[in-house]
Design a protein around this ligand. Structure first.
Ligand code: ATP
Ligand code: MG
Length: 551
């Protein structure tokens, strides 16, 4: 048994190690089983990394299986998006399956249960079934339908299948124990009627298996050895085992639960994310504000950063919430040495260097990434007119403001010292231009030591600057408590997107979608693949440079 050690130690890994040692399994098979009712989010990544990671580590296999047993909510668009996202994370599934391809076998196994006296057709309405079910404190009551003969049950189930009943008129229930302390075992519904078209099986079926019955069968049919799910399903485990045993499945998969991933300020439910899309709070499932994998990708997250985040957050059983800053930490770590560094002015203010020769353009050498000298250098132009950041100038600065103000001298990154000599305002009193002088003796890289300045500011030469749009993001939901509740739509942050227009260095011309960069002092940005055209550069801010977060 070879270990590639792609996951840190955890209790599921220990179970697998024991099962391989004892000979219970020769090879482990896991699966990632999304329902195609929306796009994958960062919580799903956790499950993907765990399932594929464990199989990789022990030379096992992982299937991608669409758990498509609910025709009303599912769509082929979601199937395609999910495949793309799993591949993007860097995982290859062994087999691709649809639960709906097992409908015939599931039906046959239900007939087997009926024949064994372990399932019956129920006439009670949904409300009555609920009433009969009892509570945590009180046992349930047996339904009058419970004692139907096997023949009658077979005939009625056949009629259900043939479309002779309306939605909700009948259901098939497993006959287990109406007084079980585990409510999931009080004769759970295993088939329901739904006259609707399914994305894969069309109108072939009008009865559909319920999750608690379908999922164990799907796992067993595929020979899954370890069926990993989240802790909400712990109480379903006895039903899972009951179904596998009573349906006489050869394989005996083991359900193992772990705590779901929760992240601060992050909505983690496909159903709620779909509401944000449908009600146009965001621009589609891949809006960079969305915690979907497609949204994170468009924002500029790398698969490596997401996989590392999922691994480092660990695998446990207890409830926990991970700070979103931890995810941001890993994208900074990933891009720190990979991303070229360049200058961008997000909110421009024009500066004229009055003693710089008119018509002269000088090319300056600048490192592409000061921490990675092998990345080489780039050339940036300087001339008499440049743009600086509006925030880098103040007419009446407070103490300890070391950037540009009347009479003060600063360094232009990669260039010279400039000194603010004059402030030009429009009729409304707004500052529209700054006039400076520069000192040719102070060129960067020449070892000038004559005097020091406290501030270094970034800039872009005006005549060759590339216009660019910058999209700056804040969380969609600011109040953590409110992200959990049903009224979360009332609490969507109206300022989650700010769009500003500025300039980038001329060498950015031709940047393509998904190129990642560090803009000096502003953070990491990604060229937006949806809005960038040959004529217009659009950048998404992935994350700012600094954070107080400590791992
Ligand atoms: P949602 O409510 O967002 O639709 P789900 O659990 O219903 O989530 P599925 O498509 O059924 O979504 O999930 C596929 C797999 O991903 C399941 O095994 C599920 O346990 C896992 N999963 C979903 N959300 C999380 C999460 N936040 N953390 C860990 N695993 C998750
Ligand atoms: Mg679901």
């Amino acid at each position: 048994m070879e270990s590639n050690n792609t996951t840190s130690s955890n209790f599921i890994k220990n179970i697998i190690i024991d099962d391989l040692k004892s000979g219970k399994h020769k090879e482990i098979i896991t699966r990632f089983p999304p329902e195609p009712n929306g796009y994958l989010h960062i919580g799903h990544a956790k499950s993907i990394v765990l399932n594929f990671g464990l199989a990789d580590e022990f030379n096992g296999r992982t299937n991608l299986r669409f758990d498509d047993t609910n025709p009303l909510k599912e769509d082929i668009e979601y199937v395609e998006a999910i495949k793309e996202d799993v591949s993007w994370l860097g995982y290859e599934w062994e087999e691709l399956h649809f639960a709906s391809n097992y409908f015939s076998e599931m039906y046959e196994r239900a007939v087997l249960l009926i024949k064994k006296g372990l399932a019956y057709v129920e006439d009670l309405s949904a409300d009555e079934i609920r009433e009969y079910r009892g509570t945590l404190k009180e046992p349930g009551k047996e339904s009058p339908s419970r004692n139907r003969s096997i023949e009658e049950n077979l005939a009625l189930f056949d009629q259900m299948k043939n479309g002779e009943f309306k939605n909700g008129e009948k259901v098939l229930r497993a006959k287990i124990d109406m007084s079980s302390p585990n409510i999931n075992l009080r004769d759970p519904i295993i088939y329901r009627i739904s006259h609707s078209t399914h994305h894969n099986t069309g109108d072939e079926w009008c009865i559909y298996p319920m999750y608690g019955y379908a999922h164990p069968l799907e796992d067993a049919i595929e020979g899954v050895t370890h069926s990993i799910c989240t802790v909400e399903f712990e109480d379903q485990r006895p039903l899972y085992n009951w179904v596998v045993e009573k349906c006489e499945m050869d394989a005996k998969p083991q359900q193992i639960e772990f705590a779901r991933l929760n992240v601060t300020n992050t909505i983690m439910s496909k159903r709620k994310l779909k509401m944000l899309v449908d009600e146009k709070f965001v621009d589609g499932w891949d809006d960079p504000r969305m915690p979907t994998l497609s949204g994170l990708r468009r924002k500029g997250y790398t698969p490596e950063s997401i996989v590392t985040f999922c691994r480092e957050t660990g695998v446990g059983k207890g409830y926990g919430v991970v700070d979103v800053q931890m995810l941001e930490h890993f994208i900074r770590e990933d891009l720190k040495l990979k991303a070229p560094r360049t200058m961008a002015v997000l909110k421009p203010l024009k500066v004229v260097i009055t003693n710089y020769p008119e018509g002269q353009v000088e090319m300056l050498d600048a490192e592409i990434n000061s921490e990675v000298p092998e990345m080489g250098t780039r050339q940036i132009p300087l001339s008499r007119e440049i743009y600086i950041e509006q925030d880098d100038f103040m007419e009446d600065p407070p103490k300890k403001y070391f950037r540009l103000f009347p009479g003060n001298e600063v360094r232009l990154k990669h260039a010279y010292f400039i000194k603010c000599e004059e402030v030009i305002k429009d009729n409304a009193g707004e500052v529209v231009e700054i006039r400076c002088t520069y000192d040719p003796e102070t060129k960067s890289g020449t070892g000038f030591t004559g005097r020091k300045v406290k501030g270094t500011i970034h800039w872009v030469e005006a005549s060759q600057a590339q216009p660019a749009e910058f999209r700056l993001y804040e969380p969609l939901i600011l109040d953590e408590e409110k992200a959990e509740g049903e009224s979360f739509l009332d609490n969507v942050n109206p300022n989650s997107l700010e769009i500003v227009n500025g300039f980038v260095e001329p060498n950015m011309k031709g940047a393509k979608g998904q190129d990642k960069l560090q803009f000096f002092r502003h953070g990491y940005f990604n060229v937006d693949p949806k809005h960038t055209t040959d004529d217009k550069l659009v950048f998404n801010r992935i994350v700012s440079l600094k954070s107080s977060f400590k791992l």
